[in-house]
Design a protein around this ligand. Structure first.
Ligand code: SF4
Length: 513
């Protein structure tokens, strides 16, 4: 057996892995760009979904041009590594850890590793079982490292079905391919805009609960345009793509023509008593790349899923947000009357001071007074990537996070502290809608994943509070200019999200056989 002499080339291995992480975080692969390009072409012009896709396209370009994270949520880094026999996987793991730490320091990854018992963020993306690394041996001479960065919003929309079961709008799903078909249509429907649609499904039919999810995630390493070698699964994939795109979820769940950009299915043997369908839902910010490394030197010999010699094509047809002149300018502190004049569908441009706050801040505010006066304020559900440069905080990526997680808290916070506008993505529920109406407040949907686009709206970090919660969870005090968002829940009891969920539910029911 060949002795693997890795130590002397440790640095080159690490550098190659940093490059893999950087490209994965900042530069979407060509198959995803192509699928999003088709989504842009297919969507009805001048709709909210078309506006969302225009921002997404601009964001993809900005991320690549400036090497900034496509989305601020760089997820749980998940590596699949194949090594020749004889390669020391322990030292390779150390190189991966060193690369993760460096990429976090330079802002290509957001510090995302939180101790589940204490809630403390490790700050460097290292911790118990993070990052996730799967090792396999193979008989080739090179090392292959594949990486997927999948954020929390879409990870939370993963779903596992145990057949037979009963599904909303579709009725009974039996232990057969028709039952699987129903589960997959349901998986797209239940995600709505919370997983930053249009999304993609990685699916495993069978296996056990734990391995089924792993195999489902593994399907995300297929390119969106490949064809399943199994003709039965190829047919099912094509059928799901066609039917799911009649549901009308649309970009960001705004309602629209494109809800799904990929469906990749595998099947594994199961126990006679179990029939699981495991679904890994990924968002439009589908970040997946890979490299082949020279096993002696650590140098990159080849890229997977991209050709670095190919020029990257621009996605956006225009710069920035498509303005119509009908946008409403909001300058915090905002008067109740201004908010009560807004209605679902209005586009606003916020200029002035906003505060970020997500899970930890919301939980904190239930028991403690806010560190700032929130009357008339704008509260942004956002966990940004922020770096300290020359003694100053600089925002590197700052898209919205999924708001539904704050549903248990939001109504109380609106009532207690006088917040006038909440920015997030994916919408909120009935309790929040009632509080918006009662208090004269509004919910604004920003475009999920558009982290570079929104970072450019942030002129300055004015202050930070509750930094002990870690960078993504702290309360950042920001000054923004022309921050664009769409009113999707107004102070009159209207919710675009509730409307789309109802309409798409009817469309789902129509696909029941
Ligand atoms: S695009 Fe949306 S779902 Fe995807 S990682 Fe970013 S915030 Fe999460």
């Amino acid at each position: 057996m060949r002795e693997w002499n890795y130590g002397k080339n440790m640095n080159l291995f690490k550098e190659s892995l940093v490059e893999l992480i950087t490209q994965t975080s900042t530069n979407l692969p060509p198959d995803v760009r192509a699928a999003m390009g088709l989504a842009l072409e297919d969507e009805t012009p001048h709709t909210q979904a078309a506006q969302a896709l225009a921002i997404i396209a601009a964001n993809i370009d900005m991320a690549q041009a400036d090497e900034g994270p496509v989305c601020q949520d760089t997820g749980m880094p998940t590596f699949v590594v194949h090594t020749p026999v004889g390669v020391n996987q322990i030292t390779l793991k150390k190189a991966i850890h060193a690369a993760i730490e460096e990429a976090t320091k330079s802002g290509k990854l957001r510090p995302n590793s939180v101790d589940s018992l204490t809630g403390k963020n490790s700050g460097n993306n290292l911790g118990e079982e993070t990052p996730v690394i799967h090792f396999e041996q193979w008989e080739e001479d090179e090392i292959e490292v594949k990486l997927v960065l999948k954020g929390g919003g879409c990870e939370n929309k993963n779903i596992q079905y145990s057949l037979p079961c009963s599904l909303d709008h579709l009725g009974r799903a039996d232990r057969n391919l028709e039952g699987v078909r129903k589960c997959l249509l349901h998986a797209v429907w239940q995600a709505q805009g919370q997983g930053c649609a249009p999304g993609a499904l990685g699916v495993c039919i069978g296996s056990d609960r734990a391995h089924g999810y792993e195999l489902a995630k593994g399907q995300l390493f297929r390119t969106l345009d490949d064809v399943n070698p199994n003709p039965v699964l190829a047919r099912l994939e094509a059928e799901i793509m066609e039917e799911a795109n009649t549901l009308g979820v649309g970009a960001m769940g705004f309602g629209g023509k494109v809800s799904l950009i990929g469906c990749k299915i595998t099947a594994a043997n199961r126990l006679p008593a179990s029939f699981f369908v495991s679904v890994a839902y990924d968002c439009w910010a589908f970040r997946r790349l890979g490299v082949r490394l020279n096993a002696e030197t650590g140098a990159i010999t080849n890229w997977l899923f991209r050709d670095p010699k190919q020029q990257v094509r621009r996605m956006a047809k225009q710069e920035g947000f498509p303005l119509t002149g009908r946008e409403v300018v909001l300058r915090p502190p905002i008067a109740e009357e201004t908010i009560r004049n807004l209605k679902v569908g209005d586009v606003v441009l916020i200029t002035g001071e906003v505060f970020t706050g997500r899970d930890a801040v919301h939980a904190h505010l239930m028991k403690n007074a806010p560190p700032v006066d929130l009357r008339g304020s704008v509260l942004y559900h956002c966990g940004p990537v922020v770096l300290k440069q020359d003694g100053k905080w600089v925002v590197k990526a700052a898209g919205p996070t999924t708001s539904s997680r704050e549903e248990p808290y939001q109504a109380d916070i609106l009532r207690r502290y006088g917040v006038r506008a909440v920015i997030g993505k994916g919408g909120m529920g009935a309790k929040t809608l009632a509080a918006l109406q009662e208090c004269g407040a509004v919910y604004l949907n920003a475009i999920g994943g558009a982290a570079q686009f929104y970072a450019r709206s942030i002129e300055e970090v004015l202050d930070v509070h509750l930094i002990e919660f870690g960078i993504p969870e702290a309360m950042w005090h920001l000054r923004v200019k022309d921050f664009a968002a769409i009113v999707t829940m107004d102070a009159h009891g209207n919710s675009l999200h509730a409307g789309v969920e109802k309409e798409t539910g009817a469309a789902l029911a129509a696909l029941s056989r």
